[in-house]
Design a protein around this ligand. Structure first.
Ligand code: SF4
Length: 215
């Protein structure tokens, strides 16, 4: 049970906890939303929509933690600072601006890489057009559809106090090559970066051209 529970950082003196069901898809059925809402209501929780596109039940009292997990009956998002759990996708196939249906590559990435441990906190965003509603340019790895329907990958973007747009690693890719290159970036970063080193810092330490040629 412990691996799913996060202690809230709160101004209150009383400990409160967070549990986040993991649906592993960007879409949630009305039944599941109602189910989560009913559990939150039952245990006096509050629902919070996170930047990771997940709905968390926050404000849970310690005494109710096991009951919430049992009632949810869902896989939950594991805690761990450097576990890859922040993978987002835009409205994609359902948006009229979409240049490529990115749900397929999103699901492949989630199924293979969700929850792996990386050297530092890593965020990934996938966009079906360059409007980038999920801010893919400022994520550690971005996958975006270009106006011509091909995909491109950015690496080393970051937000926060010192925001930087990612470097364009490759463009004019089909889905298969995009996935292959994404996998190389993850594997190379996982095996070679220093502990706590952000992808951007790792790339800048090596030099972008050097990083690129090592993939
Ligand atoms: S990034 Fe483009 S395709 Fe995706 S939701 Fe935004 S406008 Fe639509």
């Amino acid at each position: 049970m412990e691996k799913f529970i996060k202690k809230q950082k709160t101004l209150s003196t009383k400990d409160k906890f967070t549990i986040t069901p993991n649906f592993k898809t960007p879409f949630i059925s009305p039944e599941n939303i109602i189910h989560i809402g009913e559990i939150a209501q039952k245990y006096n929780g509050v629902l919070k929509i996170g930047t990771n596109q997940k709905i968390s039940i926050i404000n849970i009292d310690e005494i109710n933690l096991q009951r919430v997990i049992d009632d949810l009956n869902f896989d939950c998002v594991p805690k761990g600072k450097n576990l890859l759990t922040n993978i987002t996708v835009c409205t994609s196939n359902f948006c009229r601006m979409s240049k490529y249906p990115t749900i397929g590559i999103y699901m492949k990435i989630v199924n293979e890489f969700y929850g792996i441990e990386l050297p530092s906190k890593t965020k990934i965003a996938i966009s079906s057009c360059k409007n980038s509603c999920v801010s893919a340019y400022v994520k550690d790895i971005g996958i975006l559809a270009d106006s011509n329907g091909k995909l491109f990958i950015t690496v080393g973007g970051c937000a926060g106090t010192n925001p930087k747009s990612g470097y364009v690693l490759a463009s004019d890719l089909d889905e298969k090559s995009t996935y292959k290159l994404f996998k190389s970036v993850i594997n190379y970063y996982q095996s070679n970066a220093n502990s706590k080193e952000k992808l951007r810092d790792f790339i800048d330490r090596l030099g972008f051209e050097n990083f690129k040629s090592n993939l």
